[in-house]
Design a protein around this ligand. Structure first.
Ligand code: URA
Length: 199
């Protein structure tokens, strides 16, 4: 498959920011999102891994398989959600994103949110959760509580005048390593489903 890095689709300001990031030089593909852009629920992960980078599709590797399984268990299909990440390019060896990278990549995520207008954002893991809890102020992410403290607690965030319910969830990769988190995830997903019905 040909790399999408030169796609004419990505000729806008927020994409230009990402293309200036050092991560862009070494990645294979820009990983934008998958699912239904008109869905009411947006899932936001951290960054593409090796498989995602190769395919240009978020959550298509081991974490993604687990996400699909977990969604299936609560009866949510990919047609009912959209999935994106904080970073659009893979960090080397899947290291944690830096503050600078998050600042450079999240304007594109915010553009996606403004276009999609989701009612619910499910943040997967610490990075996405802290980004939204910090009201998208990247410098303030370090002052936010971690996912273990806030998972399943519904918060309201406002993005560009849109009021959105934020539901922090454990990252599906964390659940692979720590199976004891799975019942917690399923409980948290019941909350997501309740909010879907209520909207
Ligand atoms: N983990 C993430 O946070 N995002 C992906 O796309 C894949 C794994």
């Amino acid at each position: 498959m040909e790399s999408n890095k030169k796609s004419p689709e990505f000729n806008f300001y927020e994409a230009a920011l990402v293309k200036r990031c050092p991560l862009f030089k070494d990645c294979t593909n820009i990983v934008v999102g998958r699912g239904n852009k008109n869905a009411e629920i947006l899932f936001v992960g951290e960054a593409p891994g090796r498989n995602e980078d190769k395919e240009g599709i978020p959550f298509c590797g081991a974490a993604g398989k687990n996400l699909d399984k977990l969604l299936n268990e609560v009866g949510l299909s990919i047609d009912e959600i959209y999935i994106a990440n904080i970073l659009k390019c893979r960090p080397p060896e899947n290291r944690d994103p830096t503050t600078e990278e998050i600042k450079t990549h999240t304007p594109w995520l915010l553009k996606q949110i403004k276009e999609m207008k989701p009612k619910i954002i499910c943040s997967l893991g610490n990075y996405a959760t802290k980004f939204f809890l910090a009201k998208t102020n990247v410098e303030d992410m370090k002052n936010q509580p971690g996912i273990t403290q806030v998972h399943g607690q519904v918060q309201e965030v406002e993005i560009d005048g849109l009021k959105i319910k934020l539901i922090p969830l454990f990252h599906p990769a964390a659940i692979i390593y720590k199976r004891a988190l799975e019942p917690e995830w399923l409980k948290d997903m019941e909350i997501v489903k309740e909010y879907c019905k209520g909207n």
